[in-house]
Design a protein around this ligand. Structure first.
Ligand code: LLP
Length: 388
């Protein structure tokens, strides 16, 4: 077996017969990460909702539900999957700018803990549907704090140019409006500034914004039951073995230090990537090695349909040859078979001498990997295997 992979009980013999490509999940690393989240948020004030969009593999969801976390959802499909996996309805938060009527009804029917509401029209529809069903909807207002998270532009969500949330200038009007709606109960404020954030500065700025807003509304006699600061904590894609866990300690302590929470107020988080990214690898086989004039290509049976992050966000994932024992390393462009020039996992990646049939691991692929897979080119969806 190739170098690295020391956090995964990965044996080629276990999976040699499996059809590639497939996602391989290290359940013990997932559990260790969940234990760390639980340890760092103990005490009842902090509640973590796992962002299901990062990975909704049923086995992964069951594992996370049984650790006691809540779930953050963005579609009716995710609401159903979360309930099936064992998350408690009161621990569900439903986000998203475009919830349709059936999705809102579904959430109301389950009695979910919170709708994170992104506009006045959405709030009015939630009020109307809740009234029809004879229930009260619990909501939080998603605020767009206009903070640049300094991450890839496709995963920046909290600036004024993004479609997400309600701008700070409109917040007074929205709160005034909401208090006139009879079937809606305002629980708090919700924020999410972006994803794969590895510096704490944007989170510190978020804390300042939350503190200012809380002071402002307290003067007006409005107190919130909870503040939800979203997710966004990044992982180390370059060093998967050295840093198999996100810096959870630093992340939670940034908020503990930076926020002035009020008596009895809950603090909610919505972490996705930081919980599942490191525990997953995409395992693939080399179909051909091909040489052009000045390049060597390792052509895999996995492509952008299995893991779209490199093509969509120019994301870097470490690629490892698990089979080759060669001491000679060479640069390869590691590519997939899909008919798109962006179907490239890595350029000039140094790998030991690579041959047709070798198994390759694309690391740190547990978040937004399997969940973003598609059947473009009529390719089959990737399979999955688990280490426990
Ligand atoms: N809460 C809300 C409202 C979100 O929109 C997201 C992610 C999260 C929480 C979880 O964020 P996380 O902790 O995972 O950073 N497909 C992209 C990431 C898109 C993130 C979308 N929203 C990628 O592969 O990098």
């Amino acid at each position: 077996m190739g170098q690295g992979f020391n956090h995964q009980v990965f044996r080629i013999s276990d999976v040699g017969g499996m059809r590639t490509p497939f996602y391989y999940y290290d359940i013990s690393l997932l559990r260790a990460t969940l234990d760390e989240v639980t340890r760092l948020t103990a005490g009842g004030v902090m509640r973590v909702h796992y962002a299901v969009k990062a990975n909704f593999n049923p086995r992964i969801l069951r594992e996370i539900a049984s650790s006691g976390l809540g779930a953050d959802l963005v579609s009716g499909g995710e609401v159903k999957a979360a309930v099936e996996a064992g998350f408690k309805p009161q621990d569900l938060a439903f986000s998203g700018v475009g919830k349709t009527d059936w999705e809102i009804r579904l959430g109301l029917d389950y009695g979910i803990g919170c709708f994170n509401v992104e506009s006045i029209p959405e709030m009015e529809v939630i009020n109307e549907l809740a009234g029809e069903m004879g229930v009260t909807a619990r909501v939080a207002i998603r605020v767009n704090p206009d903070i640049d998270a300094h991450t890839h532009k496709y995963i920046t969500t909290g600036t004024a140019a993004n479609k997400f949330g309600i701008s700070m200038d409109a917040l007074d009007d929205v709160i005034d409006r909401i208090t006139t709606l009879p079937h809606v109960h305002l629980r708090g404020l919700h924020f999410h500034i972006g994803s794969q954030i590895t510096q704490m500065a944007p989170f510190e700025m978020l804390c300042d914004t939350v503190n200012r807003l809380q002071d402002r509304y307290e003067e007006r006699g409005i107190r919130f039951e909870m503040i939800n600061v979203g997710g966004g904590l990044g992982v180390d894609y370059d060093h998967p073995d050295e840093h198999p866990m996100a810096d959870l300690e630093c992340y939670f302590s940034t908020f503990k230090r930076g926020l002035r929470l009020r008596e009895g107020q809950e603090l909610h988080f919505e972490l996705g990537r930081a919980i599942v990214a490191s525990c997953g690898s995409l395992i693939s086989r080399v179909t051909f090695v091909k040489e052009n004039r000045d390049k060597k290509f390792a052509i895999l049976d996995a492509g952008m349909t299995d893991l779209i992050r490199p093509a969509l966000y120019q994301a870097h994932h470490q690629v490892q040859n698990l089979t080759s024992t060669s001491a000679v390393c060479e640069p390869y462009d590691v590519v997939g078979p899909v008919c798109e020039s962006s179907d490239v996992f890595a350029h000039d990646c140094l790998l030991p001498l690579t041959r047709r049939g070798d198994l390759v691991a694309i690391r740190t692929a547990g978040a937004y990997g399997e969940s973003m897979a598609s059947t473009y080119n009529l390719r089959a969806l990737p399979g999955c295997a688990f280490s426990d």
